[in-house]
Write a protein of this length. Structure first.
Length: 280
């Protein structure tokens, strides 16, 4: 005979397994559908400060163009940018404070990279890019990824860095081209790698590393041609280093003491008009 349950027991079960509020679920669905049909505009999420000098205006215009391109390519990028805007609102951060904080994260990443702490460097570089993207930190991220045998990620970051069109130093462009050529060599994209290596050599003709890479690519173009040969070549390439765990990543973030830098209003006003932006 089935065991009878008391009213109190049923009430406890209901409390333990509450039924979602129908009205709340309806509002949530309406919000999700409206967000899908009418996504936020990039210009509402990344707001260029007013009163900029022409030099600063050029920097911010190109960062805005970068965000437009990234968000058009992936809805996830738009969501990430939206979260960034929420963080700025909650923490009352300006774009200049985000840029300053990103620069400090990059410097910390550089220190970890020099010590050989590649995963720590990668987390710091990634945090810097999420905070305020600049081509120099993307270039550094690519160098880190190459050492970790993450060749596709290295190619992606060097491409983003070059596409921002913010490099003014020929040496920086040569490094980005060299790193992308290196990544493409490992990915068996020999023709594209050759194009990058030639461009890098034109900018830095006496660089032995670039000249050696160019020679290596030319050898592989002659030696690896058929689909079967390319497949065998790819199988011989080094595997990507295992990624760190989530807990390990959290520990690295805590150890780095990452935080957002604050700029007094009167200094930020001077930054907009009386200082020159960084060169990359």
């Amino acid at each position: 005979m089935p065991k009878k349950h008391s009213k109190a027991t049923s009430t406890k079960r209901a409390a333990a397994n509450p039924v979602p509020n129908e009205e709340a679920m309806k509002k949530l669905m309406e919000f999700a559908l409206n967000d899908a049909k009418n996504p936020p505009k990039v210009s509402d999420l990344f707001k260029i400060p007013d009163g900029l000098s022409s030099e600063w205006q050029q920097i911010f215009d190109k960062v805005a163009a970068y965000y437009e391109k990234q968000c058009a390519a992936s809805r996830n990028n738009l969501i990430t940018l939206e979260k960034r805007s929420w963080l700025m609102k909650d923490e009352k951060l300006s774009e200049f404070e985000m840029l300053t904080s990103s620069t400090e994260m990059k410097h910390q990443g550089n220190e970890e990279f020099k010590k050989g702490n590649l995963f720590q460097a990668q987390i710091l570089y990634g945090s810097a890019i999420s905070t305020f993207p600049t081509p120099d930190v993307m270039n550094n991220m690519a160098a880190c990824c190459l050492k970790l045998n993450q060749f596709q990620i290295a190619e992606d970051f060097t491409t983003k860095a070059l596409d921002m069109d913010l490099f003014s130093n020929p040496s920086s462009i040569a490094k980005a081209r060299f790193r992308r050529a290196s990544a493409r060599l490992y990915l068996a994209k020999f023709v594209d790698a050759l194009e990058d290596a030639i461009a890098a050599q034109a900018l830095s003709p006496t660089d032995a590393s670039i000249n050696d890479l160019l020679a290596r690519i030319q050898e592989l173009i002659d030696a690896v041609k058929t689909p079967e040969e390319i497949l065998r070549y790819l199988k011989k390439q080094p595997k990507a280093a295992p990624r760190t765990s989530f807990t390990g990543a959290l520990d690295m973030i805590q150890d780095s003491n990452m935080g957002y830098m604050r700029i007094p209003d009167f200094i930020e006003r001077d930054l907009k008009t009386k200082t020159l932006p960084p060169t990359f």
